[in-house]
Design a protein around this ligand. Structure first.
Ligand code: ASP
Length: 593
């Protein structure tokens, strides 16, 4: 008996093979395709597990019934497993060596013609597929991802359980949680004018669990963030959320690395641990992004020293203003056309760059409109620093330090996309550590957190909170995989004084601190242990493993990029009775018509 046999079936449509020849079996599934070959009817019976060929001969008592069948009818077939005659065997299909000769055929349910053809190649648009997602999921592409997702969730649970983590659910109806996005809110009928917020993450609760002494917490938690959506974002997403007491950054990293190893092992992939780690500053200098794709070895290099006394005003001016000059080589990039370079320059300008200098190295010499401004020593300095060879291109930007880092990062991404350099590894994990604790909020002019308001400063930088808040490095770490930010976490403030000081720098008055963060700040007074944790994007992780760019492909019922669920028609208007109960009145909204 297989584990998937039930009162209605002995086997699934994906499990019979030559070893079963001669057995009488009962299968259930959907009629995928029917072919009538000179009086013999072949039916592909399909379920989640695969497809089995059913044969109905002209003499069969069920021949008449088989003739009437239509696509997607739900069938129950009993018959004998037999070998497919020689030429008909299909070695590429798990059930390809056998067929089931139908003896009884029962229609469990009929089906109307479907609104679209169930074929990956039918070119059906995504909106239609999302409107009928339950039909879309009958095709293997997404269904397979969901099955893998379930298996990997189990791997994560088993692994964390084995390390003593407790899976604890935290509220979904709560109050505003500070993760930097807008909250989704739910009106409270019992408290007119008041609202619950859906959690942007269980951050506050998991820290409170540490204060309570729960020691090791995890949850496959749903996070709700009202932000502008992109391909890799959904208004709700799932995060492997964990928190641990009495730890340093290294303890959290070790747990995560072990978890990734198990997850990738389960998919047959070997990854190397420990993962490389880099300081935020260093990553920005070398790759121009805090989530660099390290499958590719291209590196940005600072060439400021070459231009310290340059006659080229653009470089010299940037350096005199305290800025930097940085460049990146694209191997084989001499093939870039003027048009392509202009497009890249435009992109950088749109992002605040003054311009983009380029030098091709062809036929043993440089080619560039900037050549006339550079002297021999500068050119040979560049050649050596970047090891320029025949057919290469060098892109250079000059300007303020962090902006130039970002601009160079864009050039790096473009070089990877255009020149398609060979990947040096398949899975490039990276820990980016010690992000700045605070950055200036351009709107309010106050300091604000870069990742999470509860992140602790590095102990040795505490004193800088008074003198140079923007220069304080924190115990914040991101986990990056193949250029995607997979997770983010930190060691937290367990001292109330430090936490309040940081909130103060962010411009919160003591009253506001109490009002917004009272639950956590007060708890820090009652023996909060040192603690830290991380949230890892589960949808993103599964997406990367399944090789898809869109997390919609790994979510059963995803929303569109405008936040709509086309299947349920959410979000939708409430009727007047509901509004009244909730003491809500809707103003200034055009009627849906
Ligand atoms: N709460 C953080 C987030 O959701 C994760 C963490 O710091 O543990 O991004």
């Amino acid at each position: 008996m297989s584990t998937t046999s039930t009162a209605l079936r002995t086997h699934t449509c994906g499990e019979l093979n030559a070893g079963d020849i001669g057995r009488t079996v009962t299968l259930c599934g959907w009629m995928d395709v029917k072919r009538n070959h000179g009086g013999v009817i072949f039916i592909n019976l399909r379920d989640l597990y695969g497809v089995t060929q059913i044969v109905v001969g002209p003499e069969s008592p069920v021949f008449k019934a088989a003739e009437e069948l239509k696509s997607e009818f739900v069938l129950r077939v009993t018959g004998r497993v037999s070998a497919r005659p020689g030429a008909n065997a299909n070695k590429n299909m798990p059930t390809g060596e056998i067929e089931v000769v139908a003896e009884t055929l029962e229609i469990l349910n009929a089906s109307q013609p479907l609104p679209f053809e169930l074929s990956e190649h039918a070119g059906v648009n995504e909106d239609t597929r999302l409107r009928y997602r339950y039909l879309d999921l009958r095709m293997p592409r997404i269904a397979r991802n969901l099955v893998l997702r379930s298996r990997l969730a189990n791997v994560v649970r088993a692994y964390l359980n084995s390390l003593g983590f407790n899976e604890i659910e935290t509220p979904v109806l709560t109050r505003s949680t500070p993760e930097g996005a807008r909250d989704f809110v739910v009106p409270a009928r019992g408290a007119p004018g008041s609202f619950y917020a859906l959690p942007q993450s269980p951050q506050v609760f998991k820290q409170l669990l540490m204060v309570s002494g729960m020691d090791r917490y995890f949850q496959l938690a749903r996070n709700f963030r009202d932000e502008d959506l992109r391909a890799d974002r959904q208004p709700e997403h799932t995060q492997i959320d964990l928190e641990m007491s009495f730890v340093t950054e290294a303890d959290v990293a070790a747990v995560v690395e072990g978890m990734m190893k198990e997850v990738f092992d389960r998919t047959g992939e070997k990854i190397e641990t420990p993962f490389p780690e880099m300081e935020y500053e260093d990553v920005m200098l070398r790759y121009g992004s805090d989530k660099p794709d390290l499958r590719f070895s291209l590196e940005i290099k600072d060439c400021s020293s070459i231009f310290a006394d340059s006659g080229f005003k653009v470089f010299r001016g940037a350096l005199d203003a305290g800025g930097v000059v940085r460049g990146i080589k694209g191997e084989g990039g001499a093939a870039y056309s003027r048009g392509e370079i202009d497009k890249l320059t435009e992109l950088l300008k749109k992002n605040g760059a003054k311009g983009l200098v380029w030098l091709k190295f062809k036929d043993g010499k440089f080619d560039s409109p900037t050549l006339k401004f550079l002297d021999e020593a500068e050119l040979s300095g560049l050649r050596t620093l970047y090891s320029l060879g025949e057919g290469d291109i060098l892109f250079i930007c000059a300007g303020e330090r962090s902006a130039t880092a970002r601009h160079m990062g864009m050039v790096r991404n473009e070089l990877i996309a255009r020149l398609k350099p060979a990947a040096v590894k398949k899975w490039a994990f990276l820990w980016v550590r010690h992000f700045p604790l605070l950055e200036k909020d351009p709107d309010s002019g106050h300091w604000t957190f870069t990742h999470n308001p509860f992140t602790a400063p590095l102990p040795e930088e505490l004193r800088k909170l008074d003198t140079d808040p923007g220069g304080v490095r924190s115990c914040q770490y991101d986990l990056v995989l193949n250029g995607v930010e997979l997770g983010s976490g930190s060691v937290r403030n367990h001292s109330r004084a430090v936490q309040e000081k940081i909130f103060g720098l962010m411009g919160y008055s003591p009253n506001e601190i109490q009002r917004r963060f009272g639950m956590i700040v007060n708890a820090l007074d009652f023996g909060a242990p040192p603690h830290g944790g991380i949230g890892i994007g589960f949808d993103r992780l599964i997406g990367i493993i399944c090789g898809t760019d869109s997390i919609r492909d790994v979510i059963a019922f995803p929303k569109t990029t405008s936040g709509a669920c086309l299947m349920t028609d959410a979000p939708s208007r409430l009727d007047d009775r509901q509004l009244k109960e909730l003491h809500l009145r809707i103003d200034d909204v055009k009627s849906e018509g």
